[in-house]
Design a protein around this ligand. Structure first.
Ligand SMILES: [Zn+2]
Length: 138
């Protein structure tokens, strides 16, 4: 037996709508779309996950290849790396390209700092531009 969260009436466990007040008995908690990781995985690998941002993902790929948490951050570090390559590429266009590269590099630098802080905090939240991009490394 459980109780309706709206009117408090006693209801059967498998009932989705309360027979007394007609409201839904299952309160749906909004689920975060960001990936969740094992606490042990985070504890073991957050240092390598963080260092991935400083080494284009090389250190975590060598040291924590089996860690879903480290690979999540490595993936983001690789996208930042690709972004900085693109910034370098647009530099061949005078003035406009330099401007784009300067803004892009600044943006990537901010993303990198956010990534480092999140990697250490144990957060698997996506960086603003990485969400929706393909996963490079799993
Ligand atoms: Zn009810």
């Amino acid at each position: 037996m459980k109780y309706c969260p709206h009117c408090g009436a006693e209801i059967a466990d498998d009932v989705r709508f309360c027979p007394t007040c007609g409201k839904e008995t299952v309160i749906t908690v909004p689920v975060s779309t960001d990936p969740q990781f094992d606490a042990q995985d985070i504890a073991d690998n957050r240092m390598l996950a963080m260092l991935g941002y400083l080494t284009c993902g090389i250190l975590p790929m060598l040291g924590a290849r089996n860690s879903a948490y480290a690979m999540h951050h490595t993936n983001q570090a690789l996208w930042i790396f690709i972004g900085s390559l693109l910034c370098g590429l647009v530099c061949i266009i005078p003035i406009l390209g330099w401007l784009v590269a300067a803004i892009g590099s600044l943006f990537l630098l901010v993303c990198e700092i956010i990534g480092i802080v999140r990697a250490l905090k144990g957060s698997g939240a996506y960086l603003p531009f990485v969400k929706g991009l393909p996963t490079i490394i799993k």
